[in-house]
Design a protein around this ligand. Sequence first.
Ligand SMILES: [Zn+2]
Length: 168
Amino acid sequence: MPPHETGAGGAAAARPCGICALIERCRAGNFADFVADLQHSFVILGDAQFYRGYCVVLAKRHADEIHLMPPDEARALFDETIAVGRAIALATWPLKLNYECLGNLEPHVHWHVFPRFEADAMRAAPVWMRPEAERKVALEDSDRRALIRTLAGELRRQMPSARVAVER
Ligand SMILES: [Zn+2]
């Protein structure tokens, strides 16, 4: 497990980081929902595909807070997050995108990028208001693979140096 380079100490720093573990699985080619390996982040398809196209952008460097990251890296991470938003928009044509950087459960900087759709009766509310059992929908496997390929292709088009899922 990589050390917590910028942790504030205390109980949270002593607990293994779930996102660092996920990043190790992405690096090892052992994560089915891997989308892309960008300069400062790994992009994965999120586990709440009620919001079809939802992705999570995982900072490669462990930091508990954005302000604890090197400023240029935090900005570059946001550029990558914007690219993911654009890819989701082009792949799914949502009514709106939601960008969230929370980290209350896993304090390792990551951005949630959710597409929101007209057909969602709760579209004016934060995604987290929908019960977990309803939002944590898995896509049918061929649909999931096709969506990952589309997202990866869009990211590759925007960032030619990206290593994307279609290549593995
Ligand atoms: Zn971490």
